[in-house]
Write a protein that binds this ligand. Sequence first.
Ligand code: ADP
Length: 264
Amino acid sequence: TEKDLRQAQKMEAIGTLAAGIAHDFNNILTSILGFTDMVLHKVPDGGTGRAEMEQVFVAAQRAADLVRQILTFSRHTEQERKPVHLAAVIEDAFRLLRSSLPTSIAMVKEIDVPPDADKVLADPTQLHQVLMNLGTNAAHAMRPDGGTLTVSLRTVAAGSPRLAPYPYLDPVDHLHLCVRDTGRGMESRMLERIFDPYFTTKPAGEGTGLGLAVVQGIVKNHGGVIAVHSELGVGTCFEIFLPAVSLEIQREEDVPEQLLQGSE
Ligand code: ADP
């Protein structure tokens, strides 16, 4: 039935969220496990700190197990959608990225949306995940020299030619989010594969190839679309269109039930 279908779509969204978290935690845990393993190879049996280091290793392995469990478990939880200010989510992600990226990466924010036209019906955690995944990928693409990461947000009116390539989108105003870098760029053969789960060009332990699959899953689940433009040696731009919440709905105390169920 239609309800079953919607339920399945919701589960899918949770799965992508969990996969996103697992993606990031996996990177951290891989480095903890890798370095602990290195130390264990240097310290002889009975050597100073050896027993403690073994404890660290076991605990990190347990954490890796937990990540896998959360991934399975979270497919059975509900996601929460509400009208969210996209600019506020960008603000948040921007701060977090700034504190974790090297100073060789300049960060520029171009927000050009009136506050009353800046809401999407979304799970804010998932939108945050989208920005973090795109932002960290952009930073990776600018290694080792650095460069500029630009995040921009503007509105696109319903019927605008900018939306014409995507006739399947709802005929409403959309928010247009761009994450642009001045990194190494990609050739077209590669662009065809980047959204595939597990496609990665990063060394084992650094990339899982899930980042962009998760991003695409989240955007689609929110009734939006993602496109990528890239030029080798110049940079890459990911653009996302998300349906804006109409002013009419924003004035209501509660969002209508059928909207909370997600779009068809
Ligand atoms: P991961 O980051 O774990 O490799 P992703 O799905 O996020 O997985 O990305 C897949 C691949 O797409 C990356 O390994 C990288 O080669 C490429 N890629 C993603 N974003 C960019 C970018 N901004 N610039 C250049 N290459 C990118």
